[in-house]
Design a binder for this molecule. Structure first.
Ligand SMILES: *Cc1c(COP(=O)(O)O)cnc(C)c1O
Length: 242
């Protein structure tokens, strides 16, 4: 892919890309005996203009992922209110206010301090904020997320926040050339969800598993993902310099 292609967002065939991603999700569901309606495709629109989001929405996509709180706020405010926004990136406590009341889900809860800030903001706005606990399944130093072995204890703590609704887990798997290498990590997250689900903790649901990106979403679907987060595969490469 050339640099000019990266810069020009207009020549990306979003409709064609969506057909391709959709077919691959469907086939992964068929291979693993899952129902297509149990997997939601989140189009990760970070850095991409509103016009490209409108193009995807015209193809029937309703779920969009953003990783910057102000960008999520601005796009939410500008676009039709039937779109559903997912906060998928690192969230600082002082920016929680931009997200609570706009996002349908925060995928990246990975510290007690952040959970407390979400609780406070959701209480002030009189709503319950659906959240996922981010787990660092591969134990990578560079990644945020709770360690697998600490996840249960963490879940039990955030279960005490009445305005935070724990819905499941999220992970960002390692960057790998061969997506098969991430199967073990997706399976580990699924196993964690099953284990914690069996404990029947009050105010804790583990129905949602947010895992799989452009490079590995088919494997994630085969291993039980209910939310896949696909950016590049829909909107093309991101350019952070423009
Ligand atoms: C950017 C991002 C994605 C999408 O990545 P692609 O490889 O472009 O599909 C998914 N999840 C998170 C948390 C991201 O930040």
């Amino acid at each position: 892919m050339s640099i000019t292609e990266n810069v020009n967002t207009e020549n990306v065939d979003i409709a064609g890309n969506l057909l391709d991603v959709e077919r691959r999700i469907r086939e992964a569901c068929e291979r693993s005996g899952r129902r297509r309606e149990d997997v939601t495709l989140i189009a990760v629109s970070k850095t991409k203009p509103v016009s490209m989001i409108q193009t995807a929405a015209a193809q029937g996509i309703l779920d969009f992922g953003e990783n910057k709180p102000q960008e999520l706020r601005d796009k939410y405010d500008e676009l039709p209110k039937d779109l559903r926004w997912h906060m998928i990136g690192n969230l600082q406590r002082n920016k929680v206010k931009y997200v609570v009341g706009r996002a349908v889900m925060i995928h990246s809860v990975s510290s007690l301090k952040l959970a407390e800030a979400i609780e406070k903001e959701a209480a002030a706005k009189d709503l319950r904020m659906p959240c996922l606990v981010e787990v660092n399944v591969a134990g990578e130093d560079s990644k945020s997320g709770i360690a697998l072995q600490d996840a249960e204890q963490f879940v039990r703590r955030i279960a005490e926040f009445p305005h935070l609704q724990m819905k499941g887990f999220m992970t960002v798997a390692p960057y790998v050339e061969d997506p098969e290498l991430n199967r073990v990590h997706f399976r580990a997250l699924k196993n964690l969800a099953v284990d914690i689900g069996r404990k029947n903790i009050d105010n804790v649901m583990v129905n949602e598993l947010s895992m799989g990106m452009t490079g590995d979403f088919e494997i994630a679907v085969e291993e039980g993902a209910t939310l896949v987060r696909v950016g590049t595969g829909i909107f093309g490469e991101r350019n952070y310099n423009i």
